[in-house]
Design a protein around this ligand. Structure first.
Ligand code: 13P
Length: 252
């Protein structure tokens, strides 16, 4: 399987995860020991357990990320968390523009762009999410929607060290439905074209493009083999070490 860009298998725990869930990180660290997996591995737990998760992952290859950040680094924004705060807690990356935040909090491309810039300014990797709704797919608007989100959500200065893009069709998230491998490849190849024409081959060709939406141990190998797919952003199946490990094994 292609190892450039370097693949990433990231787990998005969403609003799931308490101290007891750290056991899954210990279990995963144990499972990963000694194996040769040609990918980076990350877990993005709720912010309240980032520090403990980082400690649980200590000595393993598991990196810890966050799920959202504010556009500012500090100030009067009750309840929000900045990239600086997340970094201080132990995060090395942060998801921005997840469709659940776009839907639940009305986040726009412009806001997502500012959040990604805020992440970059703290040295965090921004995992920028894009994805079409079922209505948009049915109307044949998928590629146009994705192009708009990619262009609108990427700040200046994106490169393979500070940016990952995750394609997550909204209708595939948590539904058990996935696009066909051909449909995934079509969108990923389209994103690759967009970012190489915007940033040049050297930079645009090296940014990892993750697929997300009902990735499971049973479909991971097939989806990860699609053209221009450089890993996965996994929701439900990242909560249990056994399932998440089953997905990582696509890179064995
Ligand atoms: P599921 O893997 O549960 O479909 O969630 C995907 C996702 O939204 C990851 O960010």
């Amino acid at each position: 399987m292609a190892n450039s860009p370097r693949p990433l298998v990231a787990g998005n725990w969403k609003m799931n995860g308490v101290n007891a869930s750290l056991d899954e990180i210990y279990k995963l660290a144990d499972k990963l020991k000694g194996g040769a997996y040609d990918c980076n591995v990350m877990i993005c737990p709720p912010a309240t357990i980032i520090r403990a998760a980082k400690k649980a992952a200590d000595g393993s290859r598991i990196e810890i990320g966050a799920q959202d950040c504010h556009t500012q680094q500090s100030g009067a924004h009750t309840g929000d968390l900045s990239a600086a705060i997340l970094k201080d807690a132990g995060a090395s990356a942060v998801i921005v523009g997840h469709s659940e935040r776009r839907a639940d909090h009305g986040e726009t491309d412009e806001l997502v762009k500012q959040k990604a810039a805020a992440a970059h300014s703290q040295g965090l990797v921004a995992i920028i999410c894009v994805g079409e709704t079922l209505e948009q797919r049915k109307a044949g608007e998928t590629l146009e929607v994705i192009s708009g989100q990619v262009a609108g959500s990427m700040p200046e200065g994106c490169n393979a060290q500070n940016t990952v893009i995750a394609y997550e069709p909204v209708w595939a998230i948590g539904s058990g439905l996935t696009p066909t491998v051909e449909e995934v490849a079509e969108v990923h190849t389209h994103i690759r074209k967009d970012i190489t024409s915007a940033l040049g081959d050297a930079i645009g060709g090296e940014i990892a493009l993750l697929y997300g939406g009902s990735v499971k141990p049973t479909n991971a190998e097939e989806l990860m083999a699609a053209a221009n797919v450089n890993g996965a952003l996994v929701g439900g199946a990242s909560l249990k070490a056994d399932d998440f490990f089953g997905i990582i094994q696509a890179y064995e």
